[in-house]
Structure formats: structure tokens, C-alpha cells
Design a protein around this ligand. Structure first.
Ligand code: UDX
Ligand code: UDX
Ligand code: ADP
Length: 478
């Protein structure tokens, strides 16, 4: 007989912890859920009408549960004290210094949250690892807890990786493909897993709640993201062949996707994948492989990230060569700055890399994104702590209030994010064309335009994964 959970605490009110625990609260009205964070501004936003995260459906979920059984607080200690089960959902950025810099996850936040639990807890707790972390983190958490807790208190550690994607977080949470719970293969481990399973069973069919050993669960998260990213890098590698030969990547990807062993999802060519997870998780996997003395495995996965970098460089080279080999003094309108549509998130967005490349070529860049905050753009285009860099960036980069303004006087439009707002069925490309320098170019990095239709207006359209319209062959781009 396993314990019935009545009180949950989530440490970390970010992209993962916030929506996940809000849904848990909404679906389990008799469980008290408290989400705590050290960042007072973030907690205040969660308690306001202007939530710190934009996700379709999130407002409704928070509105139903907040104040009923869902609470947001900066009082981390009180949250820990009261809870039977604690989600650790803090950030795990890639290390920027020291051993493993650029690859390994910085587990400092996980460790300090874990130490806090050990220091504050006065009763048995189930501690759930929710942040994306390298394998064996659960073991480190267990060591920290056991070494620091009073002898009469028992901790059970679970791994419960999150698979939600941004922009669809709420529907991913409502209808997950699966819920993974990893535990030690001991009686108390299995019993803790059963307690957590009951929480998810509040809305997820039992046969989709999978229990397995801790290490499998931790590795599955990294593996799933690595395989998804690898599909994109595979299709992007093929897009280069398409551009050089006359094949069309959308046709190739459609044809491949019809094979039921391959399936149609995650085969859309693009200017590169972004987001907080893919690159980070692959680099974690690379670092893990290296530390396990598996250099061939490390090289294999590293190539997925390298192909992604290559794609962004390659697309930039195409822009330069089509614009008569120079961007100096030209105006480029960048459509979309978020790493994908329906989110205001810019982490690892390919648009950042492209804008930096355009700056190096001395272009003027005007950015329009329907969701990204202006201050975020400046943060993404500058190094933290470098004085006055923003002013230098602002001499070359401006932010437009709408796509028409961004494209006004521009030599080219570069579509970086697949927002529906940019489709030719939504935007008035004739009006845009009138305001642009001629020849007016559109570089479609997301395959969202009907190129023929837009070409009729007068545009020169260059689409990723399709042969160049201006030159017949590909000798002069990389
Ligand atoms: C393959 C393609 O499946 C087929 O569509 C194409 O027309 C010809 O090439 P085939 O070579 O007959 O067909 O065998 P397949 O069943 O695809 O297996 C190829 C190899 O992969 C085998 O050695 C198989 O054992 C191995 N394999 C397959 C795995 O190791 N793991 C798997 O999950 C699947
Ligand atoms: C991803 C995983 O999907 C999710 O399961 C995990 O929990 C977190 O990481 P997310 O980063 O939110 O989610 O976005 P996702 O929709 O996976 O897209 C990642 C990137 O790949 C985006 O930049 C997107 O534009 C790009 N992408 C996706 C493609 O270029 N082509 C595709 O076919 C799919
Ligand atoms: P993720 O995408 O993994 O959810 P975020 O950066 O969006 O990551 O959110 C992580 C949150 O965790 C941040 O709001 C941060 O302030 C919070 N956090 C980090 N360490 C602690 C800690 N020790 N106690 C409470 N909150 C923490």
C-alpha cells in the first residue's frame, strides 16, 4: 500500500515547473500544490493576470486552480516543510566555465535545491527530479539528501522527465504520449513511483504511465530529444542536396514520412532547430559519452549539432550570394525571432545566429516578431556584462512594430520563424513589395510561402531546400 499524496511542492516556477504543476493542480483538486521560486518577480507575475509564460490554454488552467489548491510563493522553506512530494524543476544551463564547459549541465541549482530540501525537511519526502539532467543526477541527489538529513527521515528519489514542447505545453500535458517514472528497484522506490503515478492517473490513462529504473528514465529524456533533433539535422542535410540538385525537400520529406517506419513528424526542413532543450540535451549526451570513454558515440551525436550550425551558415551564405555578394549597408528584414512559432521564447533561436552573421556583414537589420519582447532581443544580441554593447547593436539593429515597417526600404526579407502571421494568405505581400528596394528578395527559411504566388508579385523567392531561383546552379554557395 503506497502513500496517498495530499500536498505537493514544486521548486522552480519556470517553463517546466509552472505549467506542469498548474495542470497537476487543476486535475487533482484535492491535492494542494505550491510552486515556489527564489525569483520574487516571477512569483508576482504568476500571481497576476499577466503570467510570466505565454502558453495557449495556460491562463484558463491557472485561473481555475489558483487560490483553490494552487499557490505561488517565494517561501521555499514552507513549501518544502508542508509537502509529501517535491518536484525539483530548477534551471540546468550548460556550463560556461570549468570542466565540461559548453557541454556539461551546470547542476549547481539542482544541488542547492536538493541541499535545501535536506536542511528543511522534517518528515519523509518523495523528491522528483523534473529538470532535464544528465544520467545519474538522481543518484547524486540521493547522496546529498542522505548525507544531510536527520536519521529518522526517509527520502525517495524519482525521475519524471518532462516531454512538453513550448507553444503546446498545455495540450502536451493534457494528452501526453507517455508519462515516465523512474525509481530505484526497491520496495520504497516502487511505492514512491506508485504514489506519483496516482497523481498523473488523475487524467492520464494508466497504460500510458510507464515505470522503469532510474537510469533508463533519465537517459530516455536525453535520447528522445537527441533522436528528434537528429531527424531535423538529417532532413536539413538533405535540404543542402536538394538546393544543389533540383529536388524539393518538402517532396522528399513527404515521401519519406509516408513510410510507416519513419512517420511524417519532425521532418520539416528549416534554417535550424532552436529551443532550450535540443542542443543542450545533445551536448549533455556528448559529454556523458566522453566521460564514459565512448568517443565514437560522442562524435556521432555531436554531428547533429554541427549540422545545425552548418545549416545556419549555409542559409546566410545563400542570402549574401543572392544579394550580389555583399550585405554592406543593405537593409534586411528579419521575420520572426522566436525559436519557433506560438512562443515568445528565443533561447537558442536560429534568428539570433543569423542576425549576428548579418551584422558581421555590415547590414542593417529590422526585426519583427509577434511575441518576443524588445528587451529580450537586446539581451540575445549582446554579451552579458559588456558595457555599451547595446548601443553598438542598436546602430545596426532596430525592432519594428509590424512586418510592413520591418520590410520598408529593405533589400530582402528573411523568414526565420514559421509564424502563421507571415503566410502569404495572411500578410499583404503586394503592399510589402511596394515598400521594398528592387530587386526585392524573400528568403524563406521555413518553407511557409507559396513561392509561385509571391513571385508573381515580383519578388525573388529563395526557399530552403529548393533550388535557387536566381542562379541555376550552386557553385557559388557553400
Ligand atoms: C531495407 C529497407 O527496409 C527496404 O525498404 C528497402 O527497399 C531495402 O532495404 P532490407 O535490407 O531487406 O530492407 O531489410 P530491413 O528489414 O530494412 O533490415 C535491414 C537491416 O537492419 C537488417 O540487418 C536488420 O536486422 C537491421 N535492423 C532493422 C536493426 O538492426 N534494427 C531495427 O530496428 C530494424
Ligand atoms: C522539445 C521537444 O519537442 C520536447 O518534447 C522537449 O520536452 C523539449 O524540447 P521544444 O524545444 O519546445 O520541445 O520545441 P520543438 O517543437 O521540439 O522544436 C524544436 C526546434 O526544432 C524548433 O526550433 C523548431 O522550429 C525546430 N523544428 C521542429 C524543425 O526545424 N523542424 C521540425 O520538423 C520540427
Ligand atoms: P526550465 O525551462 O527548466 O523550467 P527556467 O529557467 O524557466 O527553467 O526555470 C527555473 C526556475 O527555477 C527559475 O525561475 C529559477 O529562479 C528557479 N530556481 C533556481 N534555483 C532555485 C532554488 N534553489 N530555489 C527556488 N527556485 C530556484
Amino acid at each position: 500500500p503506497h502513500k496517498k499524496i495530499t500536498s505537493i511542492c514544486c521548486i522552480g516556477a519556470g517553463y517546466v515547473g509552472g505549467p506542469t504543476c498548474a495542470v497537476i493542480a487543476q486535475k487533482n483538486p484535492h491535492v494542494k500544490v505550491t510552486i515556489v521560486d527564489l525569483n520574487a518577480g516571477r512569483i508576482a507575475a504568476w500571481n497576476s493576470d499577466n503570467l510570466p509564460i505565454y502558453e495557449p490554454g495556460l491562463d484558463e488552467v491557472v485561473k481555475t486552480a489558483r487560490g483553490r489548491n494552487l499557490f505561488f510563493s517565494t517561501d521555499v522553506d514552507a513549501g518544502i516543510l508542508e509537502a509529501d512530494l517535491i518536484f525539483v524543476s530548477v534551471n540546468t544551463p550548460t556550463k560556461i566555465k570549468g570542466i565540461g564547459a559548453g557541454f556539461a549541465a551546470d547542476l549547481g541549482y539542482v544541488e542547492s535545491a536538493t541541499r535545501k530540501i535536506a536542511q528543511v525537511a522534517k518528515s519523509n519526502k518523495i523528491v522528483v527530479e523534473k529538470s532535464t539532467v544528465p544520467c545519474r543526477t538522481a543518484q547524486s541527489m540521493r547522496h546529498i539528501l542522505e548525507a544531510n538529513a536527520p536519521p529518522n527521515i526517509q527520502f525517495d528519489i524519482l525521475s519524471n522527465p518532462e516531454f512538453l514542447a513550448e507553444g503546446t505545453a498545455i495540450s502536451d500535458l493534457f494528452y501526453p504520449d507517455r508519462v515516465l517514472i523512474g525509481s530505484l528497484d526497491t520496495e520504497s522506490g516502487r511505492s514512491a513511483a506508485a504514489s506519483l503515478a496516482d497523481i498523473y492517473a488523475g487524467w492520464v490513462p494508466r497504460d500510458q504511465i510507464i515505470t522503469m529504473n532510474l537510469w533508463s528514465s533519465e537517459l530516455s529524456k536525453l535520447a528522445a530529444n537527441a533522436i528528434l533533433a537528429q531527424r531535423i539535422s538529417s532532413i536539413n542535410a538533405l535540404s543542402a542536396i536538394c538546393e544543389a540538385t533540383g529536388a524539393d525537400i518538402d517532396e522528399v520529406s513527404y515521401a519519406c514520412g509516408l513510410d510507416s517506419r519513419i512517420g511524417p513528424k519532425f521532418l520539416k526542413a528549416s534554417v535550424g532547430f532552436g529551443g532550450s532543450c535540443f542542443q543542450k540535451d545533445i551536448l549533455n549526451l556528448v559529454y556523458l559519452s566522453e566521460s564514459l570513454h565512448l568517443p565514437e558515440v560522442a562524435t556521432y551525436w555531436k554531428q547533429v549539432v554541427e549540422m545545425n550550425e552548418y545549416q545556419k551558415r549555409r542559409f546566410t551564405n545563400r542570402v549574401i550570394s543572392c544579394l550580389f555578394n555583399t550585405l554592406t549597408g543593405k537593409k534586411i528584414a528579419v521575420f520572426g525571432f522566436a525559436f519557433k512559432k506560438d512562443t515568445g521564447d528565443t533561447r537558442e533561436s536560429p534568428a539570433i545566429t543569423l542576425v549576428n552573421y548579418f551584422r558581421e556583414e555590415k547590414a542593417y537589420i529590422s526585426i519583427y516578431d509577434p511575441k518576443v519582447e524588445e528587451s529580450q532581443v537586446w539581451m540575445d544580441l549582446t554579451e552579458p556584462g559588456v558595457v555599451d554593447e547595446t548601443e553598438a547593436v542598436k546602430r545596426q539593429v532596430s525592432i519594428a512594430a509590424n512586418p510592413y515597417e520591418a520590410a520598408s526600404g529593405a533589400d530582402a526579407i528573411v523568414i526565420c520563424t514559421e509564424w502563421n502571421d507571415f503566410r502569404d494568405t495572411v500578410l499583404d505581400y503586394e503592399k510589402i513589395y511596394e515598400g521594398m528596394k528592387k530587386p526585392a528578395f524573400i528568403f524563406d527559411g521555413r518553407l511557409i510561402l507559396d513561392a509561385k504566388k509571391v513571385e508573381k508579385i515580383g519578388f525573388k523567392v529563395e526557399t530552403i531546400g529548393r533550388p535557387r531561383s536566381t542562379f541555376t546552379q550552386s557553385k557559388d554557395f557553400e
